[in-house]
Design a protein around this ligand. Sequence first.
Ligand code: CAA
Length: 255
Amino acid sequence: MDQILAEQLGSVQILKINRPEALNALSKSLVRELDECLDRIKQSREIRALILCGETNFAAGADIKDMVECTETEAKAFSFSPVFNRLATLDIPTIAAIEGYALGGGLELALACDLRIAAETCKLGFPEINLGIMPGAGGTIRAPRLIGPALAKELIMTGSMLDAQRALSIGLVNRVVPKGQVCEEAIKLACKIAGKAPLAMAAAKRTIDAGLEEPDIVSAVEIEAKNWAQLFNTCDQKEGMRAFIEKRTPNYTGK
Ligand code: CAA
């Protein structure tokens, strides 16, 4: 059985995690399938937004049964970080649509996406500390950048789960919607984003992420100015501005 179900709706790619018997726990083979999907997406010129979702649950973490007997070397080889980093650095915008549990590696997968939409009944957290480990697929790095170190430490040190409203209030998710509507909401948002100029979208994403890495604000603003100016080499910049002046809808080609 495919552990990742891929569906393309126009220029929006949906990847659905499909391991319901284990609450979508992320096995090594499942993450390998995800990686193969990311490769295909990276090569596509048609796909302009990606949604990651699950049916009843997003993902209840890395597969504990796969990891229990790992040595240090095996744990390093098991790590999902390379794949999650590949997801985080895709040029296109990515959205995690979260129903049910997003725990441990599941939450880390959601954090590697640009945006998160959560069902009001979902539960998010880093339970790794309850298993004698800590988050190991970007959680200790991405969570503090998103919600600040104090709240990230509270989540990681207590291992407690948050509900959707609390997650929204601390900026861990972008939006909360009724149960069963996350995918629909994610598709609406993805379609809206996918209609924008793809090179500008990629530059905006890259610049925001570079800015988070760059502690010196002057250097960060210089990166922004350079990336901004480069967009004036694109046909889409001419098209976007001419369309505004001519009072028509722009037709972006990604060139
Ligand atoms: N790994 C492997 N199997 C898992 C799993 C996981 N992370 N989460 C759930 N499952 C399996 C259960 O073992 C169970 O399978 P069996 O029926 O074969 O026993 C099935 O999914 C249903 O789970 P429960 O019976 O436990 O369901 P529940 O509704 O009573 O509880 C839950 C739900 C609170 C999410 C509970 O399943 C749970 O605590 N899961 C583990 C969550 C967790 O600790 N995640 C972090 C993993 S470590 C990690 O992610 C490391 C990292 O940094 C990458």
